[in-house]
Design a protein around this ligand. Structure first.
Ligand SMILES: Cc1cc2nc3c(=O)[nH]c(=O)nc-3n(C[C@H](O)[C@H](O)[C@H](O)COP(=O)(O)O)c2cc1C
Length: 391
């Protein structure tokens, strides 16, 4: 704590549920593309070891799918006993650098690539996935119950693998988030219509995880504040969902995000839209199509530091739950601002892809400036090993 005020020092120790973290900075999940055969590779271990060595308190392993059809592509880890030895080696490597490890668990729902997974993607309602050029199947009640249980099983596997935390994905129009969205969820049963119904999948997953893990590890959820699409989830409803999560006691902290990987991907990132680099990851004729009309789907939004702060403030005002501020955090002044505004943690993605040791350097010199220019050319590298193309 600061001696002069009750504003926490971002580099001081912090409690997160049962965990004590060495500081308040979390490496946000950035899908690594280093999991051939849906298993941990040495490259993935080294990726997270470097982030741990670079000074973050906790690094987040993206994206640990809870079921095989919940992957955005076939080479993504899904949580099963076969993945355990590699995950254990990864958490050991992170712990050896003095950091904690979090597993992002979730189900990609309509964002999953059914062609690559060789199983149709699942969503609340039948919809078209333009990337996979495939229809998404409407999840049955049995699918929902199975996926809910799979979240609990994945969290138990994460404990076995030595993770200190799990982060439940409730954003970006993945499975739980697509149920929350009034635009995507057109169901007429008990999972559609009212917010109470649309929130059942998200609340159910969080509750199932908490029931399974108790207080053995920290439980975070990454929740959409808004989908960034007309008719999608917006703050009036997401605030209510956050309050329900708080009341239920199922999560130790909420990481606040926005956007839709399905309908408006750049809303989450802000900065340049890497359309030609993205197109190059596809075969013809998709490549040409994306080059020609990609700017309609991949709309760009101007970057500014801490671009989600205005929305996140609404959550800070309405909740007591610890909150993680995310989105365009690159420097000490913004971290301090987040602390002053009452956020308990900050999470950072692209700036740490550019410089994994940025946090140590910011700790030593608070004037350190990030070299990330938010060109977003790291995004298309998720298909071949996520990295900054400049570094
Ligand atoms: C290459 C890349 C991959 C990402 N993969 C994921 C992911 O798997 N899961 C997720 O929740 N967010 C993912 N994100 C979003 C980040 O977690 C973060 O929310 C976003 O980059 C905004 O934070 P930043 O401005 O600090 O980069 C990804 C971001 C990037 C740049």
């Amino acid at each position: 704590m600061n001696t002069t005020s009750s504003i926490p020092d971002v580099f001081g120790q912090a409690e997160l549920g049962p965990l004590t973290l060495r500081n308040r900075i979390i490496k946000a999940a950035t899908f690594e593309g280093m999991t051939e055969g849906a298993l941990v590779s040495d490259d993935l271990i080294e990726f997270h070891r470097r982030h741990a060595a670079g000074g973050v308190a906790m690094t987040t392993v993206a994206y640990c799918a809870v079921a095989p059809e919940g992957r955005t592509e076939r080479d993504q880890i899904w949580m099963r006993p076969e993945a355990l030895p590699g995950l254990r080696r990864l958490t050991d490597a992170v712990h050896a650098e003095g950091a904690a490890a979090s597993a992002q668990i979730g189900h990609a729902g309509p964002v999953a690539n059914g062609k690559s997974n060789r199983v149709p993607a699942l969503g609340p309602s039948v919809s078209f996935n333009a990337q996979a050029m495939q229809l998404t199947r409407s999840a049955t009640r049995a699918d929902i119950e199975r996926i809910t249980r799979a979240h609990a099983d994945a969290a138990l596997l994460a404990i076995e693998a030595g993770f200190d935390a799990v982060e439940i994905h409730l954003g970006h129009n993945y499975f739980a988030s697509s149920f929350l969205s009034p635009k995507i969820n057109k169901r007429r049963d008990g999972y559609g219509g009212t917010l109470t119904n649309r929130a059942k999948v998200a609340l159910g997953a969080a509750r199932a995880v908490r029931d399974a893990v108790g207080d053995r590890i920290a439980v975070l959820a990454k929740l959409n504040m808004d989908d960034g699409v007309p008719g999608g989830l917006w703050l009036d409803e997401s605030l209510q969902v956050a309050q329900w999560l708080e009341r239920d006691g199922s999560v130790d902290a909420l990481e606040l995000t926005a956007g839709s990987s399905l309908l408006n991907p750049m809303y989450l990132f802000r900065g340049d839209a890497p359309i030609s680099e993205f197109a190059a990851t596809f075969k013809q004729p998709m490549r040409l199509g994306i080059k020609l009309v990609g700017d309609r789907f991949i709309r760009s939004y101007p970057y500014q530091e801490a671009y989600l702060l205005d929305s996140a403030r609404q959550f800070r005002a309405a909740l007591k739950l610890p909150l993680v501020l995310l989105g365009g955090i690159t420097q000490r002044a913004t971290m301090d601002l987040a602390m002053a505004e009452g956020f308990q943690f900050v999470a950072m993605g692209r700036a740490l892809l550019r410089e994994p040791d940025l946090i140590d350097r910011v700790r030593q010199d608070s004037g350190t400036r990030s070299l990330c220019i938010h060109c977003n050319k790291c995004m298309p590298t998720i298909f071949s090993g996520t990295h900054c193309v400049i570094a």
